[in-house]
Design a protein around this ligand. Structure first.
Ligand code: SF4
Length: 401
């Protein structure tokens, strides 16, 4: 999908916009003044695929802590500034890579320009982070509330202050908790400025609803080529935000796959195992391993390997056994109780040796055993276990009546 052309800004070593890979952001939930606790969370976020981490800078102690956090962080740090422009100046002194300013919170032009001037001199980028819930009251009044036009007007006014002091190293967000408002605001903003955009649905809430709202807003815009960096704002462990962001970009083909893509059949009358339980166990076992493969969990050997023939690897159940297949070819048969363990071991072997080597190492009897199991199941269950053919006959006769 073609991306919207933007200028590029740097957040430390991470480029944003201008053709750079779309980055994933999240925010720590610790007190920033707790240096060790905050660093531990930053490391967890980086391990989950987060490219940029934001920390609140809401008090002097937080700004002081940032001076210790930034040099030890594995990823660039953005300071989130609340109300006091002096904390923005202090955060820059602490060495942060970027700032986030909310135009609804710091409103005095002189203060805004003082921060922008110092950011310009230090080579630090700023995100103008407009938020529907904390919009500048005079703009909200002029536009009749937190409309898309109001959100964009707030961002443009802040940008104008920055331009007065020759500073335009800026990315922008116009977040709202309403998905349709957020989508319209970003579309309007994309037509108005050429700055990179940071996407997010604010206060999306806990999963699964928070995930669904975030995906609805962020994915819609990404599919239109809009968006250069993203954050899921979930009421959850921020590691979940980072994982969700990374998985969304991988699912859309916007970032190279580094983690497993687990697919599973929806189960049906043919299922020979509890597909939900096996899929969940496989998800947990594979999640921590950064295995960039598509792995399938299928409920039966009758249709499983065929339905998932495009997966790199999969397992299909039948008559107390797990039939392991690589690109649709049965390579090994294991007891049902060892299905997940065997799946993980084969995934690791593929990563280490490659698909061709694993196909060459297939057990020569595996295909034969799978065929025998399939025949046995067809004899027991019949060819039409879901009664689809019978139903089709009935449907036809009703339609002909
Ligand atoms: S036919 Fe087999 S693989 Fe397909 S949905 Fe049913 S149990 Fe799953």
């Amino acid at each position: 999908m073609p991306r919207r052309a933007t200028r590029q800004v740097q957040v430390g070593r991470v480029p944003v916009g201008g053709g750079a890979p779309i980055s994933v952001q999240s925010m720590t939930t610790t007190k920033t003044a707790d240096v060790d606790g905050t660093l531990a969370q930053i490391y967890s976020l980086a391990g989950a695929g987060c490219d940029i981490v934001r920390c609140t800078c809401n008090e002097v102690e937080a700004a002081e802590a940032l001076a210790q956090i930034v040099p030890r962080s594995p990823v660039p740090i953005v300071a989130d500034i609340h109300f006091h422009h002096r904390l923005a100046l202090a955060a820059m002194e602490a060495g942060v890579h970027a700032l986030r300013l909310n135009p609804g919170n710091i409103r005095k032009p002189d203060q805004i320009k003082a921060v922008a001037s110092e950011a310009r001199d230090r080579g630090i980028s700023i995100r103008i982070g407009v938020n529907g819930g904390s919009l500048d009251p005079d703009i909200a009044q002029r536009y009749g509330g937190s409309t898309p036009e109001a959100l964009v007007a707030s961002a443009v006014r802040e940008l104008d202050y920055f331009r007065e002091v020759d500073f335009d190293d800026v990315k922008i967000s116009v977040k709202a908790s309403s998905v349709p408002v957020m989508i319209d605001a970003y579309r309007l903003l994309a037509d108005t400025v050429d700055h990179p955009l940071h996407l997010g649905v604010t206060e999306a809430g806990p999963p699964p609803a928070g995930l669904i709202k975030s995906v609805a807003g962020i994915a819609t815009l990404l599919a239109e080529g809009i968006g250069d960096t993203i954050r899921f704002s979930l009421t959850a462990d921020p590691v979940e935000e980072a994982r969700a962001g990374k998985q969304l970009l991988e699912a859309l083909g916007l970032r190279e796959r580094t983690s497993v893509d687990l697919i599973a059949c929806p189960s049906c009358g043919r299922a020979e195992v509890d597909v939900i339980a096996v899929a969940q166990a496989a998800q947990v076992a594979l999640a921590e391993r950064n295995i960039p493969l598509q792995v399938a969990v299928m409920g039966c050997i009758v249709n499983g390997p065929g339905e998932a023939r495009d997966a790199d690897l999969g397992i299909a159940a039948g008559r107390g056994k797990g039939h392991l297949f690589v690109r649709g070819k049965i390579v090994r048969v294991v007891p049902e109780a060892e299905m997940v363990e065997a799946l993980v071991a084969e995934a690791e072997a593929i990563v280490a040796e490659g698909i061709e080597a694993r196909l060459a190492a297939a057990d020569e009897h595996a295909e034969e055993i799978a065929n025998a199991t399939r025949d046995e199941l067809l004899q027991i269950q019949g060819h039409d276990v879901n009664h689809s053919d019978e139903r089709a006959v009935r449907v036809r006769s009703r339609a002909d009546d």
